[in-house]
Design a protein around this ligand. Structure first.
Ligand SMILES: Nc1ncnc2c1ncn2[C@@H]1O[C@H](COP(=O)(O)OP(=O)(O)OP(=O)(O)O)[C@@H](O)[C@H]1O
Ligand SMILES: [Mg+2]
Length: 250
């Protein structure tokens, strides 16, 4: 199983001074599976994601994409190898319209693959891809609105669209449902299910019903460590999980 992992990390550790945010985390993520990553605030979930995508250097340990050691590679190099992410905090261009945000992302994904003089000729193609992505993430009616005017749910959908533009084989999502209003939760969860098909997905999420619905395997983190992993139903019953959330008195 380890040999054909889509993404694998070994003994990953991140220290900030004397504080250890990620503590010897090892796991092999199988291709095409959706992993839910849960754990209390400060457990190290975002830190793990930042190390996997290359934004934070580990103090120790390694990351492999398929069989390639990418520990020394930066974010763009890992993105070219099929790693995509969304952020816990929305990072769209607020003043630009939804369509312009998507077209810029399409253009950026072309720039990464070809020289500038060829990219310039792909302008109609990137507009086409932006329009297709509007449909994929259900934002056709919001195409001409500035991103800053979107509801939280639509903002999340836009950010997902930006991440999907590079068609990543491995998609890392940090709380894609954060701030999404009650009325838009089901729709956004459906969207996550749809765009996850055919990809390896690491989904960090505090919304347990979404994790239970979407995840095939749930990883539980606490104090920078992986403390339990298994199918969602088993994790829900696991006393270690309750303890992580409620404290040892529970
Ligand atoms: N740059 C940094 N410098 C110092 N400490 C940091 C830094 N980044 C994260 N931490 C600390 O590392 C720990 C893990 O943080 P992290 O953001 O990974 O947690 P998390 O599981 O994503 O939590 P949440 O569910 O609240 O998003 C926290 O105690 C946090 O304060
Ligand atoms: Mg976090």
């Amino acid at each position: 199983m380890t040999a054909d992992a889509a993404l694998r990390c070994q003994a990953l550790t991140v220290r900030y001074g004397r504080f250890t945010a990620l503590d010897g985390f090892s796991y092999a993520f199988a291709p095409g599976r959706l992993y839910g990553i849960i754990g209390p605030n400060g457990a190290g979930k975002t830190t793990l994601m930042n190390v996997l995508v290359g934004g934070v250097r580990p103090s120790a340990g390694s990351v492999h994409i398929r069989e390639t050691d990418v520990t020394g590679l930066r974010v763009p190099a890992r993105a070219r190898m099929g790693l995509g992410r969304s952020f816990q905090i929305t990072r769209t261009f607020a003043g630009m319209t939804v369509f312009e945000n998507l077209r810029l992302a399409a253009q950026a994904s072309v720039f990464r693959r070809q020289p500038l003089w060829r990219s310039a000729r792909t302008f109609p193609e990137t507009a086409e891809r932006a329009r297709a992505m509007l449909a994929t993430v259900g934002l056709e009616r919001e195409a001409d609105r500035p991103a800053e005017q979107l509801s939280h749910g639509d903002g999340r959908a836009l950010e997902l669209g930006l991440a999907l533009m590079a068609d990543p084989a491995v998609l890392l999502l940090d709380e894609p449902l954060a701030g999404v209003g009650h009325g838009a939760l089901d729709r956004t969860t459906d969207l996550l299910a749809r765009v996850s098909a055919g990809r390896t997905v690491l989904l960090i999420e505090h919304n347990m019903s979404a994790v239970m619905r979407l995840a095939e395997t749930v990883l539980v983190m606490m104090d920078g460590k992986l403390i339990a992993q298994g199918d969602p139903a088993a994790m829900r019953r696991d006393p270690r999980v309750r303890e992580a959330y409620l404290g040892s008195d529970a």
